[in-house]
Design a protein around this ligand. Sequence first.
Ligand code: FAD
Length: 432
Amino acid sequence: MPWKHPADVRVAIPSTMSEKADVIVIGGGVIGVCAAYYLQKTGRQVTLLERSSICSGSSQGNSGLIVPSHSIPLPTPGTVSQALKWILNPRSPFYVKPRFDPTLISWLWQFRKNCTPERMRLGVRTLLKLTRASRDLYEELINEEKIDCNYQTTGLLMLYNTKQGYREGIEEGHLMNEHGLPMEEKNAAELIAMEPCIRSDIVGGVYYPEDAYLNPSNFVYQLGDRIREKGVTVREGVEVIGFDTNRSHINTVVTTAGKYQPNHVVLAAGSWSPSLVKNLRLNLPIQPAKGYSVTFDWDGPTPKYGLILGEAKVGVNPMGPKLRIAGTLELAGLDLTINSRRVNAVVQGARRYLNGGTGFSTDNTWAGLRPTTPDGVPIIGRVPAHPNLVIATGHATIGMTLGPITGKLVSEIVSGHQPSINTPRISPTRFQ
Ligand SMILES: Cc1cc2nc3c(=O)[nH]c(=O)nc-3n(C[C@H](O)[C@H](O)[C@H](O)COP(=O)(O)OP(=O)(O)OC[C@H]3O[C@@H](n4cnc5c(N)ncnc54)[C@H](O)[C@@H]3O)c2cc1C
């Protein structure tokens, strides 16, 4: 359903229903479902509103890699020059749809300002705290709730098929290591011995033992079931279309199926979050960054590790008899159209690293929108202008990784406790 500004659709609201609610969570992706889980755990009465069905957005077909190793934010000193080279190549992993869009221009400007070594290091420090805490929470949550999602803690291999790529991968690994994340350099022979699905012409790689992988939609669907069983009201097919405020307090959440009077509101609507808070005059600088995954039957050697194919920027998730590969980052607005040329480039990229496998079919192609901030760090926290609103979005390429810690932080913030990771680097106020 195309998004409409609240002002355009308000006339269609049934005005008769108005329910009291303790906490309203907007959005049923990994972030909203994890927030509802931890909120319920601290004794809150939670209603989760999802305009479609649970896990119908970006959390559905992603690579499912749980990656403390990916704690380098998107803006880095080399990103802009690399992006400019890629932008001219229709098969590259990066694309900006040419258009006049002041929000995109402002976002790109802020992104460029974040491409300094100092800001990158600040980003690494913040993201590593979040990703490592989240990785630990996954372990706890999956065991406690008995979630069957093929959660594997074998670690991740970053693979390189050029000497330059390998050199840069090792530099990245050392940066992570300086911040406390274990990593091991691996030469070609070691990699092939570890993982028979890697081609013999691989140059080298880096092993990150703390990383993990899982089936992302199985995780979110099952956690969705658990929260229902525990008493969270989950309403699918209900779209939030606006808010009424009494001065700064949000006193009504207006939906396509009635109104709620909440004590607290948690905004976890992924890439759709900025348009939703427009009528609150809130600036959430988030661009949707489209990516694709293809999932197909795999008859090559079964991978044991999650893989990142370095130069191609492709993630690989072993899914039993299937393989999922995912990649590309397109700044094309709220548009889920599939560009088959770029999907084929993802597949061709994977072939350059993987040994065997005749399938590589693109029949099951999926597109998702990563909610991306210009400093590469998510937005989690209260908005001073609306004290009963908590924002939880902007997780970009690592939202699956960050689900549990975001949920936990949201529950702490709503309950007025000191957040277990307390840093202004994730606060919405940094953009206001
Ligand atoms: C190709 C690809 C590969 C990726 N691989 C990885 C990976 O390996 N590891 C990793 O950590 N991350 C990965 N990611 C990123 C990750 O998928 C996202 O960061 C994460 O899913 C964001 O979750 P979310 O809950 O914020 O958003 P979504 O999952 O998009 O959920 C938002 C929900 O809000 C709902 N909604 C929107 N508007 C409204 C409204 N008005 N009212 C009610 N509901 C509304 C939507 O329907 C949607 O269900 C990948 C992403 C892509 C695209």
